[in-house]
Design a protein around this ligand. Structure first.
Ligand code: ADP
Ligand code: MG
Length: 222
């Protein structure tokens, strides 16, 4: 099992300068527990997405460190960092970000292909089964419902066996029934495959089902 320890120390991300400065993330320190589901909550504009993006190696912070397995990820060059993202991280966003011109199966294995590796077919099939997409793998994204598309995105996020899954309001575009289905699925798969899940949500009941809740306000943990 690939484990990865993620820690943030005094992280800051500022936009603009002088009187126009926006302190999107303003001195956040935290440790993410392996194999657990951590929820990030907070009002709109509080800095949740910025924090998640900085932690996931997608957005360079103004100051502070993001430590993965003992090393600051922003000490790596761009190429090394994108390799870490491809190998260790999975991503799920509110807009499912599927590729419309390739079928469901190819969307799911895309991170593996981009990494130049060979898909572990047995594992991929177990994920497809876990997310209930066996009947849909030959279809194209626009032939699926929103809930099914988010299932594809979840399967894709798991396909490269990431240690950590970053999710930014993955149920934000789904109705409440589909939200429940997707959350049950996400939590089960994270548990079954022993992954770490870090998820931003607006939904109080989802947050309450997490192992840990982090509340962000004005770029700070409260
Ligand atoms: P949340 O995800 O909690 O809604 P964000 O992290 O998206 O909040 O944004 C936090 C603050 O940073 C907001 O005031 C937002 O307007 C600002 N912000 C986010 N991204 C940028 C950017 N690229 N340029 C300037 N300001 C930004
Ligand atoms: Mg956001």
């Amino acid at each position: 099992m690939k484990e990865s320890r993620l820690e943030v120390i005094n992280l800051k991300k500022y936009y603009g300068k002088n009187e126009n400065i926006v302190k999107a993330v303003d001195g956040v320190s935290l440790k993410i527990e392996n194999g657990k589901f951590t929820a990030i909550i907070g009002t709109s504009g509080s800095g949740k997405s910025t924090l998640l993006h900085c932690m996931a190696g997608l957005d360079k912070p103004t100051d502070g460190t993001v430590i993965l397995d003992g090393k600051n990820i922003y000490d790596y060059n761009d190429e090394e960092l994108s390799k870490i993202r491809r190998k260790k991280f999975g991503f799920i966003f509110q807009s499912f970000n599927l590729i419309p011109v390739i079928n469901v199966y190819d969307n799911i294995i895309l991170p593996i292909l981009l990494d130049g590796s060979k898909p572990d077919e047995e594992y991929i099939n177990s994920i497809i089964k876990a997310v209930g997409l066996e009947e849909q793998i030959k279809k194209f994204p626009n032939e699926l419902s929103g809930g099914q598309q988010q299932r594809v995105a979840i399967a894709r996020a798991l396909s490269n066996k990431p240690a950590i899954i970053f999710a930014d309001e993955p149920t934000g575009n789904l109705d409440s029934k589909t939200t429940q289905d997707v959350m049950r699925l996400l939590k089960n798969t994270v548990k079954e495959f022993n992954r770490t899940l870090l998820m931003i949500t607006h939904d109080q009941s989802i947050a309450e089902s997490a192992d840990k809740i982090i509340t962000i306000s004005d770029g700070k943990i409260i």
